[in-house]
Design a protein around this ligand. Structure first.
Ligand code: ADP
Ligand code: MG
Length: 697
């Protein structure tokens, strides 16, 4: 293997490559476009496209694709080759500026939530020059936004870029008030930690539930699960190590800063954390990471499960969204500073986040809501469904002192007056001191921990960026017109923290007492996706997104439809898979096994009535009883599925799926899992939990 420094970013058309390959004037013009967000001059586009093509061909590419992030939650690509036919029958390799800048995939089958009437099925993709193009599997991939002809966003990237612009605009206003005249833009940064499972391909192939739904819909507990915590940070097995080595190599070539890898709590569970980067790149990179994890696993005879809850009774997988804000000069605005002035600025941004999380708890919850993640939130393996903020003892004491206008004794300050006193240095929360908090301050960033492992990182960051932009907008409006900045700042921070203190909670989020306390504080507890979704279109939320130009009302309405549809489809597919497995695999197997027991009992008895056949008889009786129950539960699930068509379309269907279909699925599963513990292993048609979880040796 080559040196890491040599391979890193070798498949990316990054700034260094552009500088080297583009004429000086073109490079400058392109940069200007990137900085100002203007559209690209066609002549420049042609030169860039040509250079990109030559570079890509050297990297082995024969095709190009616009690479985009539609509402399916995964990325989309459509490959076109560079070839162009000449009159004499030969070909040349061509790629024009037009092809680089704009594409028109036939996108009629992507979810649009009613935004794009079928007669105008074609959306278009537009190059996002702020994300670098790259070569993957012989294809030049050009990151693009995906819109309808009316200009409405049909993807996750467009609103993400808009939200980054929104927070930049408002943060710059605040920084100007602090005398920063040089800052032009502010960027949010994200480092998403990714959890996943690795299992052997052979056992995977034997489970239709894993194949169709990504999770096991049946499966009795294995004698050994995660009880001993012996997997967490344990020695990494050779096969997994080889997988990780190849994964790192591929990610590094794509310029993805894969950094930390270790075993997680559950058997067969692992984690990968990259070094953080600008939010839109972090989102692209996380999509790529998930894709490449799956590809590399396949090459090693394994399957990478990204589902939020592949196994009942075993921890599921999440994703931690580490988030901060930094200036174009690279100053982290959530890093408490050294001087009173820096500290005051830090407190403004901290206060803005606290206010944003409190005001838009519902949107944050919705940004991580999915049928899969519903299994985790509030299940003592992930934060509760209640959104709250963990600040840590010291910062909490500072906030309390600010609110009370009192002396803070922990540090040097005698009286907490913002902008006058130096705050004590907050210790970085390097430990897993509080893994139970959904939103934790960790020294110089916040860690949003409610994301499921398959989630697009775009969604929560669209909400976070916009909600914080709104806090900052309100602050800037008040402070810009204040006659005495210092005084106004003190009053504003005090007032805001006081109003939003309820969202701060430093205790154990898994404790039932907290859920009761949260209710008293008036915090939302949106337990499931159907519970959460109706909040999406609340007027305050529509106002938030429309006023910052992140979504139009029509875009929000379409997203709401898509979220409902997605939830229903996921549960519907799971229910159908269960029915098929129950009817075609499990029922015949248990029936055959009980028949075998009965046959054995009969033949033993025929030989001599002195032979004890208690086991055969009792077991056959038990299994037969449960078999009849399983059959009845199968019928009940079928009935529940049939009933969905009578429900009024919209959120009611999602509620129906949760209350009726999902409930019937759980009933069916319980009976089947009990049967698994009684049925001879030769007869049971599915690999057991033990076999799957310990399949990678
Ligand atoms: P800890 O100290 O809690 O172990 P790390 O500092 O190693 O955490 O960071 C965990 C994740 O947070 C990594 O992906 C890291 O790149 C990311 N991270 C660190 N600083 C920032 C930041 N300023 N903005 C966004 N993510 C960050
Ligand atoms: Mg973490």
């Amino acid at each position: 293997m080559s040196k890491v420094t040599e391979i890193f970013g070798s498949m990316v058309f990054n700034d260094a490559v552009m500088k080297e390959r583009l004429p000086k004037e073109t490079y400058k013009a392109l940069h200007k476009t990137i900085e100002n967000g203007k559209s690209l001059d066609p002549n420049i586009a042609n030169i860039v496209a040509n250079a990109m093509k030559d570079w890509a061909i050297e990297k082995g590419a024969t095709h190009y694709t616009h690479w985009f992030e539609p509402m399916t939650g995964i990325t989309a690509e459509k490959h076109d080759s560079f070839i162009s036919a000449e009159k004499n029958g030969s070909i040349i390799m061509e790629f024009s500026g037009k092809e680089l800048v704009r594409g028109e995939p036939d996108a009629s089958s992507f979810p649009s939530g009613g935004l794009r009437a079928t007669f105008e099925a074609r959306g278009y993709t537009a190059w996002d020059p702020t994300s670098y193009a790259f070569v993957k599997d012989g294809v030049l991939c050009i990151p693009t936004a995906f819109c309808s002809y009316g200009g409405e966003a049909l993807d996750k990237k467009t609103p993400l870029l808009r939200s980054m612009e929104a927070i930049s605009k408002q943060a710059v206003r605040i920084l100007r008030l602090f005398g920063n005249d040089t800052v032009k833009t502010v960027k949010t940064t994200v480092g998403p930690e990714q959890e996943y499972f690795l299992i052997d391909r052979e056992v995977y192939e034997q489970r239709e539930d894993l194949i169709y739904t990504g999770r096991t819909l049946f499966g009795a507990k294995s004698p050994k699960g995660q009880e001993l915590d012996d997997h967490y940070f344990g020695v990494i097995k050779d096969r997994v190590k080889n997988f990780m080595t190849e994964l790192n190599d591929e990610l590094w070539r794509l310029g993805i800063l894969a950094k930390t890898e270790h075993n997680e709590v559950a058997p067969a569970q692992h984690e990968l954390a990259p070094i953080f980067t600008t939010t839109n790149m972090a989102v692209d990179n996380n999509y790529l990471t998930m894709e490449i994890m799956q590809k590399v696993a396949k090459r090693h005879g394994m399957v990478c499960l990204l589902h939020e809850k592949p196994f009942a009774g075993i921890n599921g997988s999440g994703k931690h969204n580490n988030w901060s804000i930094s200036t174009d000069a690279g100053v982290n605005l959530l890093d408490p500073g050294e001087t009173p002035y820096d500290n005051a600025q830090f407190l403004v941004f901290l206060t803005a986040v606290i206010k944003a999380v409190d005001d838009y708890q519902d949107l944050l919850r919705i940004s991580v809501a999915s049928a899969g993640n519903d299994h985790r939130l509030g299940a003592n393996e992930a934060p509760p469904a209640v959104v709250s903020i963990f600040l840590g003892d010291e910062l909490d004491a500072v906030v309390k002192a600010v609110v009370a206008g009192k002396t803070y004794t922990g540090g040097k300050a005698e009286k907490m007056e913002i902008g006058v006193h130096v705050l004590p240095k907050f210790p970085r929360d390097n430990t897993d001191r509080n893994r139970t908090s959904p939103f934790a301050f960790t020294g110089n960033k916040f860690e949003f921990r409610m994301l499921g492992s398959t989630a697009s990182v775009a969604d929560p960051n669209i909400v976070l960026n916009t909600a914080v932009a709104e806090s900052l907008r309100q602050f800037a409006d008040q402070l810009e017109s204040a006659p005495d900045f210092g005084k106004a700042l003190n009053a504003l921070i005090r007032k805001t923290l006081k109003a939003h203190q309820r969202i701060i909670f430093n205790g154990n989020g898994y404790d039932d007492a907290w859920i009761a306390e949260a209710e008293k504080r008036g915090l939302l507890n949106l337990k499931s996706t159907p519970d959460a979704l109706p909040y999406y279109l609340k007027e305050k939320n529509v106002e938030l997104f429309t006023s910052h130009g992140v979504f139009t009302r029509a875009e929000m309405e379409s997203r709401y439809e898509i979220m409902i549809e997605n939830y229903c489809k996921v549960i519907g597919i799971e229910a159908n898979t269960m029915l098929q497995m129950a009817k075609r695999d499990i029922l015949p197997a248990v029936s055959a096994y009980s028949a075998e027991l009965v046959d054995t009992a009969l033949s033993k008895k025929a030989l001599s009535d002195k032979i004890d056949t208690t086991y055969e008889e009792e077991c056959a009786a038990k299994i037969s009883k449960l078999t009849a129950r399983l059959y009845a539960k199968t019928a009940a699930l079928e009935k529940a599925m049939a009933g969905k068509d009578k429900v009024t379309p919209g959120i009611k269907v999602a509620v129906y799926y949760k209350d009726k279909v999902f409930a019937a699925m759980n009933q069916l599963r319980m009976t089947a899992d009990e049967l698994e513990t009684l049925t001879g292993s030769d007869y049971w048609p599915l690999p057991s939990y033990g076999k799957i979880l310990f399949s990678v040796k």
